[in-house]
Design a protein. Structure first.
Length: 135
C-alpha cells in the first residue's frame, strides 16, 4: 500500500476528499465574493488540518500494523509535525497575512468533513461498528 496505508478505508478516504473539497470550494467562494486574506486563512487552515489528518493516517498505519515495529526515529518525525506546522503558520502570518480567525475556521473543515463522512456511513456498517463498541 501507499505510505503505510495497507488497505484503504473508504470512510477515511471520504474524510480526506471532503475536507480538501470544503477547503478549496469555500476558499474560492470567499475569494470571489469576499476578502482575499480571509480566503487565504480558510485555505491555509483547511490545508494544515487535512495534511495533519494524512500524517496521522500514515503514522498509525505503520504503528498499528501487526508484526511491524517502526524504528525509534519514526516517532520523532511524527511529533516534529507540530513544530513544522507552527513554523508554517508563523511564516504565513509574517509574509502572507491570512486572517487569523479564518485560519481557525479552516481548521474546522476537518471536523465538518468528519461529521459529513460519518453521516454517509451505510446503516449496515454503522451497526457493525456499534456492535464492536459494546464489547
Amino acid at each position: 500500500g501507499r505510505a503505510g496505508i495497507r488497505h484503504s478505508d473508504p470512510i477515511l478516504d471520504g474524510v480526506e476528499w471532503r475536507g480538501w473539497f470544503l477547503s478549496l470550494v469555500v476558499s474560492v467562494i470567499v475569494l470571489v465574493f469576499g476578502n482575499a486574506n480571509v480566503a487565504l486563512g480558510l485555505f491555509l487552515g483547511g490545508a494544515l488540518a487535512m495534511l495533519n489528518f494524512r500524517v496521522i493516517r500514515v503514522y498509525f498505519g505503520y504503528v498499528l500494523r501487526k508484526g511491524y515495529r517502526p524504528p525509534w526515529w519514526a516517532h520523532g518525525i511524527y511529533w516534529s509535525k507540530f513544530g513544522l506546522m507552527a513554523l508554517v503558520l508563523v511564516m504565513a502570518f509574517r509574509f502572507l497575512g491570512p486572517h487569523p480567525v479564518a485560519v481557525f475556521g479552516g481548521f474546522s473543515f476537518l471536523v465538518i468533513s468528519l461529521v459529513w463522512s460519518g453521516l454517509r456511513v451505510p446503516r449496515e456498517r454503522s451497526d457493525d461498528m456499534a456492535s464492536l463498541a459494546k464489547v
